[in-house]
Design a protein around this ligand. Structure first.
Ligand code: NAD
Length: 260
């Protein structure tokens, strides 16, 4: 159903972004991957995705913290594939510290990547989407876009902020065939989380299962991780014809976290 569409997924060299890229590629969309990492591994990821799905997959190494590089990525993608129809702003980083000890440069970089980067990408992608009369903007926010947690001031501020940008984009584009929505995941099973489980099990001296239920998933009533495939499925739905009237929404995919 997405076979004539072109999708950019930022931060798609691992984790949730890669899951989203896979879900969109499985629907036939051509994919521009983006993110940091080892060039050989990224090339392998790109080749595997192309082989698995039979669609075109390219990679752009833009640093999402740099506005001109973000605009360059949009332009290069439009040049390589003919258009940018789907923009998924997923690149994100975390820093955990109390506000009074939060390093100022980390505040700036979390905001630059998690919030401003998405703004610059949306800004650059809109003219092409308008010209085509069709577009899908999906921002990967977080349960932390809807509620707070201690020690995550920059992350929570950026994720709340991106819900604001999502609503404004939805309103500005409401008559143009372009929707803008946010997905708000709870804890998602990614390699990053897997690492934390082993570390915490070791430092607390408790079994992995107990770390998962009582430490990591304390806030997630389902007591299980969301999977990257489940996030990919929601993003693919938002890009489907059935979702044409959903715009400006923030969709929790969090096992009930924000229902409490
Ligand atoms: P991850 O660390 O596996 O992936 C982050 C991606 O962003 C990587 O591809 C990385 O290379 C890329 N990235 C980081 N800085 C970048 C930069 N300056 N320029 C370009 N790319 C950059 O993490 P993830 O868990 O897959 O997170 C993806 C998104 O989902 C983030 O926005 C995160 O806030 C959000 N999220 C994650 C969870 C979770 O539990 N894992 C929950 C809610 C929201």
């Amino acid at each position: 159903p997405l076979s004539n569409r072109v999708a950019i997924v930022t931060g798609s060299t691992s984790g949730i972004g890669l899951g989203i890229a896979r879900a969109l590629a499985a629907q036939g969309a051509a994919i521009m991957l983006n993110g940091l990492g080892n060039p050989d591994e990224i090339a392998r990821t790109r080749d595997t995705l192309a082989e698995e799905t039979g669609t075109s997959v390219e990679y752009d190494g833009a640093d999402i913290a740099q506005p001109d590089q973000v605009a360059g990525m949009i332009a290069r993608t439009a040049h390589a594939f003919g258009s940018v129809d789907i923009l998924v702003n997923n690149a994100g980083v975390q820093h955990v510290a109390p506000i009074d000890a939060f390093p100022v440069e980390r505040w700036d970089s979390v905001l630059a990547i998690n919030l401003s980067g998405a703004f610059h990408a949306i800004r650059a992608a809109i003219p092409g989407m308008k010209a085509n009369g069709w577009g899908r903007i999906v921002n990967v926010a977080s349960a932390h876009g809807l509620v707070g947690s201690p020690y995550k001031s920059a992350y929570v501020a950026a994720k709340h902020g991106i819900l604001g940008v999502t609503k404004v984009a939805a309103l500005e584009l409401a008559e143009s065939g372009i929707t803008a929505n946010a997905v708000c995941p709870g804890y998602v099973w990614t390699p990053l989380v897997e690492q934390q489980i082993d570390d915490q099990a070791r430092s607390h001296g408790i079994p992995r299962e107990q770390v998962i239920r009582e430490v990591l998933l304390k806030k997630q009533p389902s007591r299980r991780f969301v999977t990257v495939d489940e996030i990919g499925a929601v993003v693919a739905f938002l890009c489907s014809p059935g979702a044409a009237s959903i715009t400006g929404a923030a969709i929790p995919v969090d096992g009930g976290w924000t229902a409490e």
